[in-house]
Every structure is written in C-alpha cells, then in structure tokens.
Ligand binder design. Sequence first.
Ligand SMILES: [Zn+2]
Length: 439
Amino acid sequence: MILILVDALRRDHVGTYGYHQPTTPFIDELGARGVVFEDALSQAPQTLNSTASLFTSRHFPLLLWGVEHDPIPGVADDRREQWARTPRLAAANLTVAEVLSAAGYQTVALFNNPHQHATSGFSQGFDSARLLDRDAGQAYARVDSLTTAFLDWHSGRDPERAYFAYLHLMEPHNPYRPPAEYQALFPPGSGRHLYANGPPPPGFTGSDLETMTALYDAEIRFLDDGLRRLVGELELRTDLEKTLIIITADHGDELLDHGGLGHGKTVELELLRIPMIMTGGPVGPHAGTRVEALVRNIDLAPTIVEMAGLDEPGDFQGRSLVPLIDGAEPAIEPPEISYAWIAELRSLTSAEWHCMRDLANGRLTLYHRSEDPRGTLDVAGERPEIAELCLAALDRLEAEGEEARRTAEALKTVETDGAITPENAAVLEQLKALGYVEE
Ligand SMILES: [Zn+2]
C-alpha cells in the first residue's frame, strides 16, 4: 500500500476533475484505472492539522502545543524556531501506521515538509521515517529525490511481507519554481512570482496572477511526470496490480479565488477540496468508478485498515470508503458532512452547503454549493434555518475540540516531563482510566 500525499494540490487543477490544462496526464491515467472520488475534502487548509487528522482519522488529533523540539535535521537554522513552535502529534494518538505495523506490515514514511520532522510525533508507527534533506538550491527535496529514496527502501524491504508507505511530495507547494522545460510547457508570461499566504502584496496585477497560475500548473506537471517515473520503476520490479496506490492532497492553494494567495488563512472550498484517487489492489475490480458522495481525508485510515483485512480500531472517527467503492452504499443517510478548522476559523460542508464561521468576530458565511460552486454569494441571511443548523453543529464540534485540547494539555505532562497542574491532573486521571496513559 502506498499513500501519496501531494502538498497543496487543488482538485480543480487536476485533469480528471475537468481542468483544461495538461497538468496531470499520469494521475488521470491512474484515475481511469481506478476509483476517483468526486467530492473529497480535507480537515484543514494547512499541512500540520490536515495530515494529523489524516494519520489519526480524528477531527481533533491530540496536539501538544508549546513543547520543545530537538534540532530539526533538514531544516535551515533560520526556520528552526518557526517549526519548533508547531505542535507535536501526541504519542497517545493511534495512527494508521501503528495499526498496520502492529499487524505485521513493514512501514515507511518519507516526509518532505518540515512540519513532520524527527520529533514531531508523525513518525509513530513507521519502522523507518525521515524528513528528506532539501535538494541543493531548492526549498525542498524534489519528486525525483523522493523517488530515489523510496526505491532504495523498496530494494531493502522484505518482499515476503506487506508494506505501507507514506510519501509526502512537496510539488506544487510554493515557491513555484518549475524547471525551465516545464515553464516552456506552461508559458508564465511577463508577470511576477509574488507568493503570499493571505492578501497579495501591493501592486499585484492580473498578469502576476497569470504567471503564478502558469508556474503552479508547471509544478503540477513536473510532479505528474515524476510520479510516472516512480510508478513505472515499481512496475518493473513488482506486480503493481496487487499494490493499492492512493493519491490525495492535504489542501489546495488559493489563486485569488477569495482575494488571497497561498493557504492556511481561510476555510474556503478551493483550499479544502482535494483530489482523491485509488488504484490497484482491492480497488482493481472497480476501475472506472467515480464516487459522487462527499468523502473526507479522515475516511482514508479506516479504508486502508479495512482493505488490509484488519478490524477497525475504535479510535477512528472516519468511516471506511469500501462500501462506496463496492457500490453497496448508493445513498448515505444522513448526508455525510466534513468539518475543517484552522486558528479561529471553522467550516462545515455537506454535499449541498458550505458554511464558515469566524470565531474572532462571530461572522457566519453560507454558500449553496450546487448553485454557487465558487462560493461567491453568502446566503446565510436568506436561509436562516440552514445557518442555524450549521451553527448548532459547529457548537457541538467546538465542545469536542475543547475537550481534545484539555486532554492534550494534560498529556503534555506525561509526554514531555512538564509540570502537572491541578487543572490537568483530573484529566490525567481520566486518561489513565481510559488506558491512554500508563501508570
Ligand atoms: Zn500542505
């Protein structure tokens, strides 16, 4: 099993989802040979929260904020402080890699985003996990470097035992610096590369946006060609039909859809909608299937576990997508919803609606997805009954999130030798009772 996560790949810039530029001929081929999920959403518009939810199948993974990290290999000194401020994924979380490892799978992770550094907690469950060093002159290791690292691992694995590989690819994350031959495929024009997370820099023009879009697309094509090489090499070595390959993303990237660039600053759908494609292994007999139902990144761990023939652990909040792939579940009642959050922003998405709440100012925005897929018209005032339903659901989730934050705060005392305060001592006792923390 290979789970390939493409950082910052927007769903609507992938050919199989209707993009008009030739960005992803290989991913499209995999989609035609496998199952394409039409409406997949991530649980956050940013890497750390999104992948934490993916690994744990939880809306609120236990994240330890404000803990010290060891020096981070592969990360330049000037950025270490920034990454050291990011939370650690608590050891008390159960991850999909831990479930597979306990069942005898060989497990490997090749991380390429410094959020997942050696002491970030993302390595749990992997026999082998490392953050790749940056390529010379690059912001991160390119797809070919990651491919080489993975093939090296693949050569040394035990061929008699099943494996689970997590590959985190960084194209097309910023900065958009595609090789020259890819810029020739997607001519960037005369605009400037002015990346930002949030509002664009002053003086940003339409021609700058065209340039940014072309460079982003060229990065995607570079990634797609790299994936073709990676999968092609594997095909020479093994019967790849038996290997499940999942391709998805942690979030999209904004190209002025709602007045901004980059990601992590809004919970708009261009950041939450992601590609999700599966091919090979148990998906093989279902080639050509396109699943219309709304699915989530937290559904991947239960799906992988079921496809491995294992019992689903009680910790997962997602649901297995196997019945949808088999076509045994044509309609789901009640309709599935996806929840996402970052900082003070919360969102809830159903097949029909997308609502967003800003806790900082209480503002609620509601879009009708089929009538307004780009999210241009706030109808919260015209559909107060839907807005009320959304608010109530968000309140329930917020309470769940608050409980997870309190639990994580107490866990810090266990996992990082912090001082136990009266406030978290009670939570700690509860954690012991539930078996999360050993006496
Ligand atoms: Zn990311």
